[in-house]
Design a protein around this ligand. Structure first.
Ligand code: 5GP
Ligand code: MG
Ligand code: MG
Length: 176
């Protein structure tokens, strides 16, 4: 059991299971992109660990970049609208793989997909280490899924609870 802020978390997914899942994701990608040079784009902060480990297992030539979703700060802000920041690369005609730590309701993925469509990419793929099928509300296909999990709140391996827990090599779930 670990304690972060006011909450307790119990062991849920080991670093070995995570390693195995990422190895499989990388293999699938190597098969799919054998004749292309994809651009892997991690969505900060959560994806920094999965992108790093995924890239070390990916055998082909590739590029790596990072973006961040930020709440839109303007007069039109509803509190829900997000904007993409940090993209410093022309992606026109490229095969792009968005790498997420976790897909829950799918809202973030939907917003990302809409934004990247405007960049005139050739192929847009979505990869996520963790996926909550019971919470997912969208039609968008998630192309690469590492581990499917029940609708529980998890921390570790890049995922935080109010800033803490990202550095944990294993994943923990909220204890009841
Ligand atoms: P969405 O609902 O848009 O698919 O996910 C939104 C964001 O909620 C994710 O990018 C992630 O930051 C956060 N999130 C969703 N589920 C979890 C979880 O179980 N643990 C943590 N730490 N964050 C989560
Ligand atoms: Mg994320
Ligand atoms: Mg978070």
């Amino acid at each position: 059991m670990i304690h972060l802020h006011d909450k307790s978390f119990e062991p849920f997914i080991s670093s070995e299971e995570i390693d195995f899942a990422i190895t499989n994701m990388a293999k699938q990608m190597d098969d799919d992109f054998f004749d292309e040079v994809p651009v892997f784009i991690g969505v900060l902060n959560g994806s920094f660990m999965v992108l790093s480990d995924l890239m070390k297992k990916y055998r082909g030539m590739c590029e790596v970049n990072f973006v961040r979703m930020a709440s839109y700060e303007g007069t039109q802000s509803t509190g829900d609208v997000k904007q993409l920041i940090g993209l410093d690369q022309d992606l026109e005609g490229r095969t792009v793989v968005i790498v997420e730590d976790i897909v829950d309701t799918g809202n973030t993925v939907e917003e990302l997909k809409a934004i990247f469509k405007e960049k005139k990419v050739k192929h847009l793929k979505i990869a996520t280490l963790f996926f909550k099928p019971e919470a997912y509300k969208k039609e968008i296909k998630i192309d690469y899924v590492g581990i499917r999990i029940p609708n529980k709140f998890i921390v570790g391996y890049g995922l935080d609870y109010d800033g803490l827990g990202r550095n944990l090599p294993d994943v923990y779930q909220l204890a009841q």
